[in-house]
Design a protein around this ligand. Structure first.
Ligand code: SF4
Length: 94
């Protein structure tokens, strides 16, 4: 299993314990934009259950809470990097 898939799987089933690292003054955190949600969406793309169309790309581009998780992650993961690696590498074949 690739490193990014391991990270995505860990994050997808995590209850967003990095949430406290998201600044209170930042825009309201929308559940579908949490690192966990973006990980689930990315896994669905990798597994061919979701098309990487414009809407999906737009959704995966809403990175505010995911960027804020870097340095706050319980597992020490860098989820923006893992999502980028998955989208670059995991979908390169089609
Ligand atoms: S970034 Fe880390 S702490 Fe946040 S949801 Fe993902 S695995 Fe959990």
């Amino acid at each position: 299993m690739s490193e990014y898939r391991k990270d995505l799987t860990t994050c997808a089933y995590c209850p967003n314990t990095c949430r406290s690292g998201y600044a209170a003054a930042a825009p309201v955190q929308i559940e579908s934009q949490t690192p966990s949600a973006l990980s689930l969406i990315t896994l669905a793309v990798l597994d061919g259950r979701l098309s990487l169309d414009e809407e999906t790309r737009k959704t995966l581009g809403r990175r505010g809470p995911t960027e804020a998780s870097v340095g706050q992650c319980t597992y020490g993961l860098n989820m923006p990097a893992a999502i980028d690696a998955a989208l670059l590498t995991g979908t390169a074949h089609g």
